[in-house]
Design a protein around this ligand. Structure first.
Ligand SMILES: [Mg+2]
Length: 361
C-alpha cells in the first residue's frame, strides 16, 4: 500500500459563545480554523487528520504543502509510528515545537486512521482498547471576564448535565461567581499562563478552599517545570497543551511539575506521541487530562484514545456553539458523557456540504 495523495484544506467555521472574545488570542476569537488533512492510498483508503490551526491555519497548511506533501507522497505505507518518526527526522531543522509539529500531528492522525481502517477496526480497538463506551466529559467555558456572564453560562452547563466544569477566568470575582452556583460539581480553573509564581502562591489557598480539582497552566512560560514543581502541594496542577512530543512530557514528569499531564493530539505530534505519553502515565499511575478544544478529526481521535485507555480521566468539550460541525454524526455530549465515534478508523466522515460551505483555502 502506498500514499498517493496528501492534501490540507482550511475550514473556517464561526461559533458563538455568548462572550466578548476575551482571552489570549491575538484578536477576539470568533471562528474555528480547522486544518483538515486528507491522505489517500493506492488501495482506496482515505485517512483524515486535523492539525492545530487557530490563528495559524495558513502557516500550518504551508508547512504541509511545502514540506510534508513532497516528503510523503508516493511513500510505502508501513506503520504510522515508523512513518511519522521518519518525517520528524526529516523536518528536524524546522522546529520540534509549534507550527511544524502541529502539521506533523495532523498527518499522523490521518495515518492512524488509515492503519485502523485497513484492519476494519475503530482506532480504539486497533490500539487495544478497554472498550469504554461512555467518555466522561467536562464543559470548558471560554473566558468571559464578566461575573454575570460566567454565572449564567455556568448555570447553562449545569442544566446540560455536566458533572465537571472548567473556567478560563483569571481573577477571583469571576471564579467565585461560578463556584457560588456550581457547588456540587467538579471545578477546574485554567489561567493560560497569566499568573506569576508569586500570584499563583497567593491564589492557591483560596482555590483550594473552593475545592478546585486542578489549576491549569498557572505560570509563564509553561515549560518552566521547576517553577511549576515549586508550586506543588496545595491544589493539583495541570499543563501540557503547549508541549510537543513525549520528550517534553517526560521532562515535565521527571521534574514533578504537574499532577495531570495534558497532551493535545493536534499539537503534540498526533496519536504516535500521545500514546507514548499514555504509556508513561500508565507506568507512573498518573491520569491524563487531554486538551481537545476542537471539533474535527482531532476531536474524534481523542475520543477514540479515551475509549481505549483508562488513564484518560476526562474529555474536554469546548463549550461553544459552532455554526456547523465538520463531521457527519458528530458525537456530542449528553448529560456529561460522549459516546465514542463508530469506526472504522477514527470514525470521522466529513460532511461534504459543510466542507464546501466553510472551506477558505
Ligand atoms: Mg488550557
Amino acid at each position: 500500500m502506498k500514499l498517493i495523495s496528501v492534501e490540507a484544506q482550511i475550514l473556517d467555521i464561526p461559533f458563538s459563545d455568548g462572550g466578548a472574545g476575551e482571552g489570549l488570542t491575538p484578536t477576539p476569537w470568533r471562528s474555528l480554523e480547522i486544518v483538515l488533512i486528507r491522505v489517500e492510498t493506492d488501495t482506496g483508503l482515505v485517512g483524515w487528520g486535523e492539525a492545530f490551526g487557530y490563528f495559524c491555519s495558513k502557516a500550518v497548511k504551508s508547512v504541509i504543502d511545502r514540506m510534508i506533501v513532497p516528503a510523503m507522497t508516493g511513500q510505502k505505507f508501513t506503520d504510522p509510528a515508523t512513518m511519522i518518526t521518519a518525517l520528524q527526522r526529516k523536518l528536524v531543522l524546522f522546529g520540534r515545537y509549534g507550527i511544524t509539529m502541529f502539521a506533523i500531528s495532523g498527518v499522523d492522525i490521518a495515518l492512524w486512521d488509515i492503519a485502523a481502517k485497513a484492519k476494519q477496526k475503530t482506532l480504539a480497538d486497533y490500539i487495544g482498547g478497554i472498550g469504554r463506551n461512555r467518555i466522561p466529559t467536562y464543559a470548558s467555558l471560554v473566558r468571559y471576564g464578566d461575573a454575570g456572564a460566567v454565572r449564567s453560562f455556568t448555570e447553562r452547563a449545569l442544566e446540560d448535565g455536566y458533572a465537571t466544569l472548567k473556567l478560563h477566568e483569571i481573577t477571583m470575582p469571576e471564579i467565585e461567581a461560578s463556584r457560588e452556583v456550581a457547588q456540587e460539581v467538579g471545578f477546574i480553573v485554567d489561567v493560560n499562563c497569566n499568573w506569576s509564581i508569586e500570584d499563583t502562591r497567593a491564589f492557591l489557598p483560596p482555590l483550594r478552599d473552593l475545592g478546585t480539582m486542578w489549576l491549569e497552566e498557572p505560570i509563564f512560560p509553561p515549560e518552566d517545570f521547576a517553577g511549576l514543581a515549586s508550586l506543588a502541594g496545595t491544589v493539583p496542577l495541570a499543563a501540557g497543551e503547549n508541549l510537543c512530543t513525549a520528550y517534553q512530557f517526560s521532562a515535565m514528569q521527571a521534574a514533578g511539575a504537574v499532577t495531570f499531564p495534558q497532551p493535545s493530539i493536534t499539537k503534540v505530534g498526533g496519536v504516535t506521541e500521545f500514546l507514548k505519553i499514555a504509556d508513561a502515565a500508565d507506568q507512573a499511575g498518573q491520569q491524563l487530562m487531554p486538551h481537545s478544544p476542537y471539533f474535527g478529526p482531532g476531536y474524534f481521535a481523542t475520543l477514540q484514545i479515551a475509549a481505549a485507555r483508562e488513564c484518560i480521566a476526562l474529555f474536554e468539550y469546548l463549550y461553544v456553539w459552532p455554526d456547523a460541525f465538520p463531521g457527519l454524526n458528530q458525537p456530542l455530549p449528553r448529560q456529561g458523557y460522549i459516546a465514542p465515534p463508530d469506526g472504522p478508523g477514527i470514525g470521522f466522515s466529513p460532511d461534504p456540504e459543510i466542507l464546501t460551505r466553510y472551506r477558505v483555502a
